[in-house]
Design a protein around this ligand. Sequence first.
Ligand code: NAD
Length: 318
Amino acid sequence: MGQQVPKRKLGNTGLSVPIIGFGASPLGGIYQPLDESLAVQAVHEAFKFGINFFDTSPYYGLTRSEKVLGRALKDLPRDQIIIATKVGRYGADTFDFSAERVTRSVHESLERLQVQYIDIIQTHDIEFGDIEQVITETLPALQRLKEQGVVRFIGITGLPLKIFRTVLDRCAPGTVDVILSYCHYCLNDTSLESILPYLEQKGVGVINASILSMGLLTQQGPPSWHPAPEEVKTACKAAADQAKELGSDISLLAIKAALRNPSIQTHLIGFTKPEQVRDNVATALSQLTAAEEGTLSNIKQILAPIQNVSWPSGRPEN
Ligand code: NAD
């Protein structure tokens, strides 16, 4: 066995998850054409490094991500992998959190993923739904599937941090095992920190996504659809340029910096090729050098004026 990505305990689930999880949204192939055979190799490469946690959704590539992931996972030992998928979101503007739809959705995901059970089922981007319905209808439907052994753990995902408290304050302990937050724990936004003690006290596991803030913290910059306000994009570009001038790559600094916080158990990164897996694992396993620490504090000053500036998502009342 070669180098292994370290693991951390995921809340009260009893699961140990690698500090880097495999974000499978790019396996949907919607942003770039996808080479499926390379994508399958990326999944296998990840597993070799101990990245045995895979996150997908029926929404990613309108079911393609689940299908490609299912093909790849077929070759891996089921009891050694942790599969997370989602219910409720089926298109950019298509949501259905009803008990009937989410129950059917889980069974559809089982088929596409070619498995008998799902480890973590998450209600996807709940700020787009009626939170009351999520609490009184969606989560109880998932609970029934948990009792039947179809799913092992239940989660909720979304962008505005306050939705997590809204739901968790109203649910009995053990109803929600994990939350998935994105774009709130990266160099330009660390607001997720504010709810970590609350989540820890509740025993809820923390899955963090978008450590590169959906491309803001990359040398090539974000995709055209990125929802951040212009001042955030400008500051992140200046930070990326500064990192380059000082001989570093902002993405590598961002990944290393994020992985240091032990209260965040896993960070999802999107991969479509085996070499991306190898590069990111090498980054994750190396410490920041003194020079990189210096560059990091330099970058943080550039990002200070836009720190924790986010963007609207979902229904205004959520
Ligand atoms: P990401 O960290 O994967 O990256 C954003 C972009 O940076 C991608 O284009 C990626 O290819 C690129 N990238 C990755 N590593 C890089 C590196 N070392 N250098 C340069 N560029 C690099 O973030 P993401 O795609 O936003 O999220 C990752 C995963 O998290 C998704 O696949 C999904 O599984 C999950 N996620 C879930 C939700 C939700 O449930 N609402 C939201 C966002 C993300």
